[in-house]
Design a protein. Structure first.
Length: 232
């Protein structure tokens, strides 16, 4: 991992730690570097304007002040294009609009030379995207998942049967180039997979989900993984 990438990952890790913080030893193990290197990186973040705090003694460590914003990160043209390609190829993914907006914010603060080179390189990447579900449906699914509220769906199954049912959203899953909403179906009293492309209407109710866990869905296949955490 290059130093610029490590600094960004380090700042993100400190931000997520909240008031707990992390010890220098823990950070060194996380990034597979020496404690001395971690302390140099922390000093570099602080000198760039990041509000790094330190707490000495047992149980102490390093963190970022709550509510702080992170200093800008320099991207290479290839890294910028990688972000553009990723969000463009996943236009039908949950929260895709937010991802696009986030990438645009990053592109807007690139220096003109890097942005120009990124735009030229982006023209050499072609993507044939799949049609996305209507924005109204995706917005309802995203809101219900984030707030853990029951969804009311009008759904047409593979055999052409259309039903209206209340579903407690548990997770989104992508398999074989198809996105699914996985949730507890109150009509069937069981966990069900709903192809988002076959959801004809979706609305968020005021009912709060009863707390069905991801573990009830079962173990993902060996080739699948959650999107959180560090990307290998």
């Amino acid at each position: 991992m290059k130093r610029a990438e490590r600094l960004h990952a380090l700042s993100e890790m400190l931000r997520r730690s909240g008031t707990r913080g992390y010890s220098a030893d823990r950070l060194a193990r996380e990034f597979d570097v020496s404690v001395r290197t971690v302390k140099r990186d922390l000093a570099a973040l602080e000198s760039s304007g990041a509000p790094v705090w330190s707490r000495p003694g047992p149980g102490g460590g390093y963190g970022l002040a709550a509510g702080s914003s992170l200093p800008p990160v320099t991207l290479s043209p290839a890294q910028a294009v990688a972000l553009m390609a990723a969000v463009s190829a996943a236009a039908d993914a949950p929260f895709a609009d937010l991802a696009t907006a986030g990438v645009q914010k990053i592109l807007d603060v690139l220096d003109p030379k890097t942005r120009s080179r990124a735009d030229e390189l982006a023209g050499r990447v072609w993507i044939n995207t799949v049609p996305a579900a209507p924005r109204t449906i995706r917005s309802a699914l995203e809101e219900a998942m984030a707030d853990q509220r029951v969804l009311r769906l009008r759904y047409t199954s593979r055999d052409g049967t259309t039903t209206t049912r209340d579903v407690e959203p548990v997770l989104f899953a992508s398999t074989n180039s198809q996105w699914y909403l996985v949730g507890w179906c109150q009509l069937r009293t069981a966990m069900r997979w709903f192809a988002i492309s076959r959801i004809e209407k979706a609305s968020v109710t005021r009912m709060v989900c009863s707390g069905h866990a991801i573990s009830e869905v079962g173990e993902p296949p060996a080739s699948a993984r959650p999107v959180h955490g560090r990307i290998d």
